[in-house]
Design a protein around this ligand. Sequence first.
Ligand code: GTP
Ligand code: MG
Ligand code: ZN
Length: 310
Amino acid sequence: MKALVVKNTGSWYQLKTEDNRLIEAKLKGNFRLKDIKSTNPISVGDVVLVEENPGATAFICEIEDRKNYLVRRSSNLSKQSHVIAANIDQAFLIATANYPVTTPTFIDRFLATTEAYRIPTVIFFNKTDRYSNEDKEYADALIHLYRTIGYPCYLISALEDKDFSFIQDLLKDKITLFSGHSGVGKSTIINRLIPDAGQKTQEISAYHNKGMHTTTFSEMIEWPEGGYIIDTPGIKGFGVFDMDGVEISHYFPEIFQFSHDCKFNNCSHRKEPGCAVLKAVEAHYISESRYKSYLSMLEDESEGKYREAF
Ligand SMILES: Nc1nc2c(ncn2[C@@H]2O[C@H](COP(=O)(O)OP(=O)(O)OP(=O)(O)O)[C@@H](O)[C@H]2O)c(=O)[nH]1
Ligand SMILES: [Mg+2]
Ligand SMILES: [Zn+2]
């Protein structure tokens, strides 16, 4: 029987079967790991074949090909990756101007990654009720920047906003990934959208101004009108994963657009003569912060190592 993996804690997987039952299953012993670099061969969002054994353990025996998936490195300098979720229709990047701070570099790395997997992404700046004037200006500047590039952006307060219907309208019949740093309010927003989701939340550390990594496993929660929301653990940074040098510029849509006019086909947009991207940066058609993020990803790629976003 076919089933959707909705939760994974250690060696147990929670599955939603085709005929709408929630069951627990384990991986069959001889299950072949297709992607041996990954610490978790099966992730939330995977469609699998499950063998049920009345009165005994059910086993996952096959995984269907993925439409896409997002990975993060398991740890610094580690070659292993961890699949956050598979078969994602859209991503919501939850950001915060403060409590904690989300930097443009982090946002750019996230967006380049979702571009690479062709996952449409919406950015939400949460916790507006706590913003100082300075925080508000920072959020407004980022919203202006990302809207210009083509990413929908919204200012929200999960605690104080009365009407979340515009977010609800985006969810129907889609698998939506919620991602962002620890403590930005992913689980809080999900609890607002689905009051009986019961996702654990926790105050951020006042001392470090950072989240406490409250959500530790990705989990799919059914959207009552069709579709799923995926709550995920907070991420620190995104490394350059499976992208080669020239390719990176393809995932910055505005840089890619200008690059058609570069003199050289394989222009890296660093210091080549006749580089249309450099000209566009100088003329402020491409923002300096986006260009810097692009360069930092190129650098990581050429050093062949993973470095955290900040
Ligand atoms: N003032 C304010 N606090 C918020 C808002 N949204 C969330 N919080 C608080 O921020 C803290 C962290 O929220 P969580 O929902 O646990 O954050 P998370 O993104 O799920 O964090 P991880 O699970 O660690 O990745 C909690 O104390 C929330 O009550 C908001 O809009 N305004
Ligand atoms: Mg959480
Ligand atoms: Zn160029």
